[in-house]
Structure formats: structure tokens, C-alpha cells
Design a binder for this molecule. Structure first.
Ligand SMILES: [Zn+2]
Length: 185
């Protein structure tokens, strides 16, 4: 996996090998593995079997070691994005990863080298860093307190508040409307 250089030397590594998926998509998918389903918090990475199959679907190797790494990185990433932990807590997940320059088609390209079971976790942390630098404040939790999902705001004015209008936006709007229409309630 390589990418044409520029300001994002490690971008290629962050696709996590997912077919057709971007590093950003993978990061968001990872952050959103703990959805609330019918009012019950769930975790798609909860156990090794479930977690490994999720990883395989994301271009990972689906090993138990990979699952442990990715799940641990996910927990810290979620806390960092929520502002509950400092970003430096992500440092352990980058241990041992190196980016190696090469020349391809007349341009410098960078290839990430990391142990196979760490590749996805490293990619997630790098994707988070890229987003934080290029579009600061765009990755955030859904504004619905009872929703555990995250969103990447791609609107021009940085005005998105919900993971999706269908799932949370309309529901909250309806609730507010209901409350407004019943002032004594
Ligand atoms: Zn939501």
C-alpha cells in the first residue's frame, strides 16, 4: 500500500486494507461499534468471535491479537474524541510502527510498516490524527445524549449535530416540538 506523498505521508496505511474504504470511513466505523440498539448499549467488538468477524470485514486479519489491539484503541479513541482522555493516551498504539519512503512514478510515496496485528489500530490512530489536523473539530459525538455514535461533519458551515438526521435529528426535533406544544408537561 502506497500513496503519493504530500502532507499525509501515512494515509495509505490507514485504509486498513478495507476494500474501497477510506481511512476516515474505517475510523468512523470503528468509533461506531458501540451503538445503542433499541435502548440497549451494544458492542460489535465485545467478544473475540464477534470482534474477529468485524475485523475481517474491515480488511483485517481477524486474529485475536488484532482484535485486542483494535478494541483497546477504539476505547481510547472514543474517550479522546469525547474529550474524556488526553490524546497522548493513544501513543502506545503507535509503538513499533514506521513509515518507509520510496519512489514511485517520480514521486515519493510512503508505506506503513507495522506488525500485522497492530496495522488496523495504527491506521485508526493515524486517521484520527489526519482528521484533527485537516478538519479540526469535525469528528465529534452525536448531539443526542442517548446515542453513542460519532459523526464526521462534512457540511460547509460545520453545523451537523446528529449521527444521522433519520436516527437522531428527527427524533430530537419531534421531542422538542412535543415539549413546546405541552408547556406544562
Ligand atoms: Zn445519534
Amino acid at each position: 500500500m502506497t500513496t503519493s506523498g504530500g502532507a499525509a505521508p501515512m494515509t495509505a496505511a490507514m485504509t486498513g486494507g478495507a476494500p474501497g474504504g477510506s481511512a476516515e470511513d474505517f475510523l468512523l466505523a470503528l468509533l461506531n461499534t458501540t451503538p445503542v440498539v433499541d435502548g440497549v448499549p451494544t458492542d460489535e467488538l465485545a467478544g473475540p468471535a464477534r470482534g474477529r468477524s468485524w475485523l475481517a470485514g474491515q480488511g483485517g486479519d481477524g486474529t485475536e491479537a488484532e482484535w485486542r489491539q483494535v478494541r483497546a484503541a477504539r476505547d481510547v479513541l472514543q474517550a479522546v474524541v469525547r474529550g474524556d482522555r488526553p490524546a497522548d493516551d493513544l501513543a502506545p498504539f503507535l509503538a513499533g510502527a514506521v513509515s518507509v519512503p520510496g519512489l514511485e512514478g517520480g514521486r515519493v510515496s510512503w508505506t506503513l510498516q507495522a506488525a500485522p496485528d497492530r496495522r488496523l489500530a495504527v491506521g485508526a490512530v493515524l486517521a484520527w490524527d489526519q482528521l484533527a489536523r485537516r478538519r479540526p473539530g469535525r469528528l465529534r459525538p452525536c448531539a443526542n445524549d442517548s446515542c453513542h455514535l460519532f459523526l464526521i461533519d462534512r457540511t460547509k458551515g460545520n453545523t451537523a449535530r446528529w449521527c444521522s438526521m433519520a436516527a437522531c435529528g428527527n427524533r430530537l426535533k419531534a421531542r422538542r416540538h412535543y415539549q413546546r406544544s405541552r408547556p406544562g408537561a
